[in-house]
Write a protein that binds this ligand. Structure first.
Ligand SMILES: NC(=O)C1=CN([C@@H]2O[C@H](COP(=O)(O)OP(=O)(O)OC[C@H]3O[C@@H](n4cnc5c(N)ncnc54)[C@H](O)[C@@H]3O)[C@@H](O)[C@H]2O)C=CC1
Ligand SMILES: O=C([O-])CC(=O)C(=O)O
Length: 344
């Protein structure tokens, strides 16, 4: 079974913690794990909370937002899976939400409306992310941080700078969540290639905005005989996937359900890595030397300490080589914008 299918099975709650133990995991391999979601009452936060409640690898789910978390937590807590759910609201409860956390997932911040770029969210979301990361540095400095809030190309560098200032930065523990780009690339490719989507895998590298999103269809598995025009169109659709949803929602926000799914898959991969499951590989935006840029998304092997190994890009087609060059100036300036903001 491929990792997506396995994860999907875990996400549907078909495995309980006790059934994992019965299936041969020792109790050591399913240790207690606390996951905190910051922004848990939002469009992404609510379905993400639901999906994490279905994951048998966690024992404690802490839901934090500036408003409305008690209701979300009460609702999710009635689901008869093993983890305990607690809700926290407002600044004064943020520390308790974070204390003891193994993974902090951050979908806090405003989403796009039609006509906006992800960078247009910077002015509001940069400050939100900075404040939340200061609290992470104080209350759970060793947690893995899964950054969903946009613009990811800048919010991840902001988080890194905040952690550096606090003396807690560990580049192995900070991730920009780009899994939705992979989820989209798989779906769009399977449709075009007419192959079952469950078996499809495609690396998506670079960043998480427009041309910085680079799906490597030349490395798609299974292979399909698509024309150059079809690859160009699939690439553009993957790059514009977020905008497609923003426009369809017509002012009511951006991707929430598919993002919750992608965020839950990535958190599940992080939990598996922490628990010592071998060969857990996901694309994610991390501190990197795969290119000359200080942060870059590529395939990463996840392990007990977070990033275990950053994998290279592999062979690129000429079209992908060009795409890589085309993204660099935008990605560089988004990273620098984040670093400058954090050090203001
Ligand atoms: N990385 C990715 O692939 C994707 C990222 N996103 C981004 O995720 C973010 C959230 O999107 P939605 O859930 O749709 O927005 P939303 O507005 O529905 O929810 C955001 C939540 O964050 C909360 N929030 C605001 N300030 C906070 C703070 N200081 N502490 C804790 N919570 C706070 C709000 O109260 C709200 O409940 C946006 O920035 C969006 O652009 C969205 C889709 C995909
Ligand atoms: O497009 C947006 O604003 C939200 C997002 O990051 C995505 O859906 O990929």
């Amino acid at each position: 079974m491929n990792s997506v299918l396995k994860s999907a099975k875990a996400l549907t709650g078909t495995a309980s913690r006790s059934s994992l133990l019965r299936r041969g995991y020792s109790s050591d391999s399913v240790p207690d794990r606390k996951v905190t979601i910051l922004g848990a009452a939002g469009g992404i936060g609510q379905p993400l909370s639901l999906l994490m409640k279905l994951n048998p690898l966690l024992s404690n789910l802490a839901l934090y937002d500036i408003a409305n978390t008690p209701g979300v937590a009460a609702d999710v807590s009635h689901i008869n899976t093993g983890s305990e759910v607690s809700g926290y609201v407002g600044d004064e409860q943020l520390g308790k939400a974070l204390e003891g956390s193994d993974i902090v997932i951050i979908p806090a911040g405003v989403p796009r409306k039609p006509g906006m770029t992800r960078d247009d969210l910077f002015n509001i979301n940069a400050g939100i992310v900075k404040g939340l990361c200061q609290a992470i540095a104080k209350y759970c400095p060793h947690a893995l941080v899964n950054m969903i809030s946009n613009p990811v190309n800048s919010t991840v560098p902001i988080a890194a700078e905040v952690f550096k200032k606090a003396g807690t930065y560990d580049e192995k523990r900070l991730f920009g969540v780009t899994s939705l780009d992979v989820v989209r690339a798989r779906t769009f490719y399977a449709g075009k290639a007419n192959v079952p989507v469950a078996g499809v895998n495609i690396p998506v590298v670079g960043g998480h905005a427009g041309v910085t999103i680079l799906p490597l269809f030349s490395q798609a598995n299974p292979k399909a005989n698509l024309s150059d025009e079809e690859i160009v169109a699939l690439t553009k659709r993957t790059q514009d996937g977020g905008t497609e949803v923003v426009e369809a929602k017509a002012g009511k926000g951006s991707a929430t359900l598919s993002m919750a799914y992608a965020g839950a898959l990535f958190a599940d991969a992080c939990l598996k890595g922490l628990n010592g499951v071998p060969d857990v590989v996901e694309c994610t935006f991390v501190q990197s030397n795969v290119t000359e840029l200080p942060f870059f998304a590529s395939k990463v092997r996840l392990g007990k300490n977070g990033v275990e190994e950053i994998l290279g890009l592999g062979p690129l087609s000429d079209f992908e080589k060009q795409g890589l060059e085309n993204m660099k100036s935008e990605l560089k300036s988004s990273i620098e914008k984040g670093i400058t903001f954090a050090n203001k």
